[in-house]
Design a protein around this ligand. Structure first.
Ligand code: C5P
Length: 478
């Protein structure tokens, strides 16, 4: 039977395998076995090398994971390479960090340069490397302060006993220790030293001090030492482990409290045709509903947004159904059921023209054409009163220009929903079409109605707060 050497595979396949195996906590060989097993079971597997061709790989997922560095943002790491035999592994770490959409600036201590050269580090990082506190070229603008602050994370690998002792005691007599003293960014240490040095009382004190100071450590691991015949705790963590720890600090996983929940949202105005060229509309921009859809999606929900005509981009990873009239909107809402949560933020036209003109209405000597209006279906009320498919949480909006709270309270009885988000849309507020909103959340506890008045916020902030409140309520109920 032929054998497969992973080392000889294409670079792109190796990168993919490395990332996938690291993500799943398996060795690369085990990961290959899992992939082959999945293919044998008929599960589809897709792999292509250009991002546009393929479904999200672990690399995409990693770079998309939100957090300190932001969704797709490039994170910035200052990597301090200390002087130990493990320094050669720091070069691999540069590659692992760069694979994760991270810009890496390397600082080499004097001792590190005994093990690896600045040239190899700069070739892998594609950046100049920093070695000297008194380098006139980088220090003309206090370069050590820039290296300390102009990054999202400082990684020290290998963190030698000496470097950790300096850090614990606040020394700053070379570039690496000056950066570590001057930074206000999180620090990740990957200690590496002989087991006797690691267990030495001085190192124990320094480690305890550094942990109290808030530095994060990865490793050291147990295993063979470079020194022949020696083993114990002191080996530097593997580059993939360090890169994964860096990733957790740079892009901590976002909580997804609505994971597995189906959320249905209506947004925007409706257009009710008068004739082939004219329609009845309103000034709703759809911004609030779209922001809620994006916030629910970010919270992990499976979101369907039914939108009237708006001038907004579809929120990413949301199923959007574009409609014109109230009747179209109701059809799409019903088609999107069942849902766990339904939020009706659309400004649906209350009336439509009874008979839509087949041709453009003409001016006549008899005066204005009579426009007879009939009532549109009330989507919120229809869904709230469903017997079988009523979503467990139905939220309506009350856009009012006067007697805001009283009108909103009256809506509970009329509509049968569970919560109402009331907002004042009188022209002076600038809410219709604007970016801010001042809302009051009305909830029911039996016959009692609670009113929570929120401060003025952007529509995105209102959306985030509403989704947080929904998540809290759903969390309590389940
Ligand atoms: O009756 P009013 O338009 O003030 O009610 C506002 C609430 O009812 C909003 O949640 C709106 O989306 C919803 N609504 C609806 N269908 C209508 C009218 C309003 O879903 N025809």
């Amino acid at each position: 039977m032929a054998s497969l050497t992973i080392r000889k595979l294409d670079e792109a396949i190796k990168v993919y395998l490395r990332l996938r195996s690291a993500k799943n906590g398996r060795s690369v060989e085990e990961e290959v076995r899992v992939i082959l097993g999945e293919i044998m079971q008929g599960r589809p597997f897709e792999f292509a090398t250009t991002p546009s061709q393929r479904s999200p790989s672990p690399a995409d997922e990693l770079s998309r994971a939100p957090g300190r560095a932001g969704a797709l943002d490039q994170a910035r790491v200052t990597l301090i390479i200390g002087g130990g035999i493990a320094a050669y592994k720091a070069l691999d770490l540069v590659r692992r960090l760069k694979e994760r959409n991270t810009r890496v600036r390397c600082v080499l201590t004097r001792a590190a340069q005994q093990f690896v050269t600045p040239l190899s580090a700069s070739a892998l990082a594609h950046e100049r490397v920093y070695t000297d506190l008194f380098d006139p070229e980088s220090e003309f603008d206090a370069g050590h302060i820039r290296l300390a602050r102009d990054c999202d994370l400082i990684v020290v690998a290998p963190a030698t006993a000496d470097l950790m002792a300096k850090m614990a005691n606040g020394h700053a007599d070379d570039l690496a220790s000056a950066i570590l003293l001057a930074t206000n960014r999180p620090i990740l240490l990957a200690p590496a030293m002989n087991p006797l040095m690691w267990n030495n009382a001085a190192t124990r004190r320094n480690v305890a001090q550094l942990q109290r100071d808030g530095t994060v450590m990865i490793g050291p691991n147990a295993g063979e030492m470079a020194e022949a015949g020696e083993a114990g705790v002191g080996r530097m963590a593997e580059p993939l482990e360090i890169a994964a720890a860096a990733e957790r600090l740079l892009r901590p996983p976002r909580p997804r409290p609505l994971k597995g929940k189906r959320v249905l949202i209506t947004a925007g105005p409706t257009h009710e045709p008068i004739d082939p060229v004219r329609y009845i509309a309103n000034r709703s921009s759809g911004k609030q509903g779209f922001a809620i859809a994006a916030a629910a999606q970010a919270a992990g929900a499976d979101v369907t947004l039914v939108s009237g005509p708006v001038d907004l981009d579809d929120p990413p990873d949301v199923t959007v159904k574009h409609v014109e009239s109230a009747r179209d909107m109701l059809r799409q809402v019903e088609a999107a059921l069942p849902a766990d949560i339904a939020i009706f933020a659309a400004a649906v036209a209350d009336w439509r023209v009874a008979t839509e003109g087949e041709q453009k209405l003409k001016k006549t000597a008899a005066g204005m054409p009579p426009l007879q209006l009939v009532e549109n279906p009330d989507i919120l009320a229809t869904i709230s009163k469903l017997k079988d498919q009523r979503p467990p949480l139905v939220i309506g909006f009350a856009a009012e220009t006067e007697h805001l709270i009283d009108n909103a309270k009256a809506k509970f009885a009329r509509k049968g929903c569970d919560w109402i988000v009331a907002n004042d849309v009188s022209p002076a507020t600038g809410v219709m079409g604007g970016d801010r909103n001042t809302v009051h959340l009305l909830t029911r506890d039996g016959a009692e109605i609670h009113v929570d008045s929120w401060p003025v916020m952007t529509k995105e902030e209102v959306a985030t707060a509403l989704v947080a409140r929904i998540a809290e309520t759903i969390g309590k109920a389940s």
